[in-house]
Design a protein around this ligand. Structure first.
Ligand code: SF4
Length: 348
């Protein structure tokens, strides 16, 4: 384990160094493995042994700005007025926007004015309902060790990393939900439906339940008091404003199934990695293409490599992948809970 000061604090640099030394996965890594093995190979291994960075489009940057506003808005929940928090959200959005859109957006839906208006509408729409919830943490990093339990076949442990949009208490019920915020330009109703048992929020609930078992959330005694996910989808359109928030209750079986499926995915990926070179097997056939994925969310960032082949010229367009969910394109959350040993508050 990496350096932890006696007060249990870790710097973000220590945490990043730690992740450099262990085998870790997150929702993005597992979903990429599931979607296209070739894409996962480029982004997680790389033809020269160096993972190639995915280019991020305006839609993802706009979502990052909204996440920054959301985190800022729910910070100081009990000590600041709603007006002050709303303005903090505006500032956070503007700061993130000026970094991520230095040359302005390409589409009208991604203008600063549109973003701030969507943000303001979110605050208005949630004003009454928000009184029913208490943000225990407005944003939280989660790093959980997944290891064999006593009754399970042995496998090599790995780490699972996440960054959830808060842990929320339903005040009247004294139970808890783990937040997930999404932005969508393709329809709020469809997106919220997709989150009902989506791997990402279910994974967060699994992680928080595991950390409760380890005693990391002292105010929660029973891991099943973490009832499920609390998903928000903000529509990103120029004319129309659309928003939905839903609770999705998740059983213990739901999160245990998620754990078992994740272990299967990791084991299968490890087997695939070991197979390269065995019996003369070619990496291209092991990390095969899944061509339905190429244009699913805009053009795949590795399209040129698949079309023209891996050459020094095509590789020159890429930088080294250093992204992880805790740093991404904005500062790390102040609170990161990690499996053994001890709670960590990031010191800045
Ligand atoms: S271009 Fe298509 S086949 Fe190639 S990595 Fe991307 S999604 Fe996979």
């Amino acid at each position: 384990m990496t350096n932890i000061s006696p007060d249990g604090k870790l710097t973000i640099d220590d945490l990043i160094s730690f992740l450099d030394t262990v085998e870790w996965y997150d929702n993005s890594r597992i979903e990429t493995i599931q979607a296209c093995k070739r894409k996962a190979y480029y982004s997680q291994i790389g033809p020269t042994g160096t993972p190639l960075a995915k280019r991020v489009g305006d839609g993802a940057h706009f979502g990052t700005c909204m996440h920054a506003a959301h985190e800022s808005y729910y910070t100081g929940w009990s000590s600041l007025t709603e007006t002050a928090r709303r303005l903090n959200g505006v500032r956070a959005f503007q700061n993130a926007y000026s970094e991520l859109f230095p040359n302005g957006p390409q589409r009208p839906i991604h203008t600063l004015v549109n973003g701030l208006d969507i943000w303001d509408c979110y605050c208005d729409a949630c004003l009454v309902e928000d009184r029913l919830y208490r943000p225990v943490d407005p944003e939280i990093g989660l790093v959980v060790r997944v290891a064999p339990r006593s009754h399970e076949p042995v496998f090599k442990p790995f780490w699972y990393v996440g960054r959830a949009d808060g842990v929320w208490e339903r005040v009247a019920h004294h139970d808890y939900f783990v937040g997930e915020l999404k932005t969508s330009s393709g329809g709020v109703e469809r997106r919220i439906k997709s989150l009902t048992f989506h791997r990402q929020p279910v994974g967060y609930v699994f992680q928080v339940r595991e950390l409760v078992k380890e005693g990391k959330f002292p105010e929660v005694n029973n891991y099943l008091d973490i009832k499920g996910s609390f998903c928000t989808v903000m529509g990103i359109q120029a004319q129309k404003r659309d928003l939905d928030r839903e609770y999705f209750v998740l059983s213990e079986e739901d999160t245990e199934d998620w754990r078992a499926e994740t272990i299967e995915n990791v084991q299968e990926w490890r087997t695939r990695r070991k197979a390269v070179g065995e019996m003369g097997r070619n990496w291209k056939h092991i990390y095969y293409k899944e061509t339905e994925e190429c244009t699913k969310y805009g053009l795949c960032p590795y399209w040129d490599l698949c079309k023209f082949g891996v050459t020094p010229d095509s590789l020159a367009d890429f930088t080294i992948e250093t992204w992880n969910p805790l740093i991404g394109s904005r500062p790390a959350p102040e609170h990161v809970e990690i499996s053994d040993p001890g709670t960590i508050r990031i010191s800045r």
